[in-house]
Design a protein around this ligand. Structure first.
Ligand SMILES: N[C@@H](CCC(=O)N[C@@H](CS)C(=O)NCC(=O)O)C(=O)O
Length: 222
């Protein structure tokens, strides 16, 4: 049982996530992205972990925040927001860090890689995760579909590998919020050996995940 914050509460941002009811969910439920973003920005927050097994994320009080009943969602004073990429971009813009200026060439690049991450790469990764962790009937046909999906990911990683051969983060200048999203998506596949074929992607992921902000986010997650 939980309550949304009332408008009278002091404005500490609230992040809604889910309790990790299975060990592989630690670090994989998408509220990790919001926690990582806030840790990078050094903004204090409250983390509310809803109980998915009790369907707390489908209760009317949470549906008022996200009618799709999914996490993450945030409440920041009068602002409520769902969708992890939109939340990370909102937070970066609000705090003026980890995002290029609106209208700049770098911002177009940021938007491009954010869209690639969530619309091209992520669906393939979540398909593999869904089959590996949640599908009890692993028929040959399903495993073929799963393996083909992983090979499609590998084709994308091949391109990323070339990019990370020449630069440390997605945007050439520095770590940005798009790295939070991309690394969180890549980590979905940490139980597979796919990254081992792409040493520059592997090194990128290690570099990003060695950031203290990620360690703090992971500690509180799940
Ligand atoms: N595109 C959304 C996806 C949100 C999403 O599907 N979240 C999962 C947890 S990782 C969820 O809440 N699942 C519960 C459900 O669908 O009932 C985002 O990036 O925020």
């Amino acid at each position: 049982v939980f309550e949304l914050c009332s408008g009278k509460d002091p404005v500490v941002i609230t992040v809604y996530g889910l309790k990790a009811f299975l060990p592989p969910l630690k670090g994989r439920i998408r509220d990790i992205r919001t926690l990582w973003a806030l840790e990078e920005l050094e903004v204090p927050y409250t983390h509310k972990k809803l109980d998915a097994q009790r369907r707390e994320h489908k209760q009317a009080s949470f549906l008022a925040l996200n009618p799709f009943g999914r996490v993450p969602a945030i409440q920041d004073g009068d602002v409520t927001l769902f969708e992890s990429s939109a939340i990370c971009t909102y937070l970066a813009e609000k705090h003026g860090k980890l995002i290029p200026a609106s209208g700049s060439p770098q911002r177009r690049e940021y938007d491009q890689w954010m869209a690639f991450t969530i619309s091209t790469l992520e669906p393939l990764c979540t398909r593999v995760v869904g089959i590996d962790f949640f599908e009890s009937d692993k028929s040959p046909a399903l495993m073929k579909y799963r393996n083909e999906s992983l090979e499609s990911v590998a084709k994308l990683l091949q391109v990323l590998d070339q990019r990370f051969e020449g630069q440390s983060y997605v945007l050439s200048g520095a770590f940005s919020m798009v790295d939070v999203l991309l690394c969180s998506v890549l980590q979905l596949l940490s139980h597979t050996p796919v990254m081992e074929r792409f040493p520059h992607v592997q090194a990128y992921l290690t570099r990003a995940c060695e950031r203290p902000a990620f360690a703090r986010a992971l500690e509180g997650h799940g």
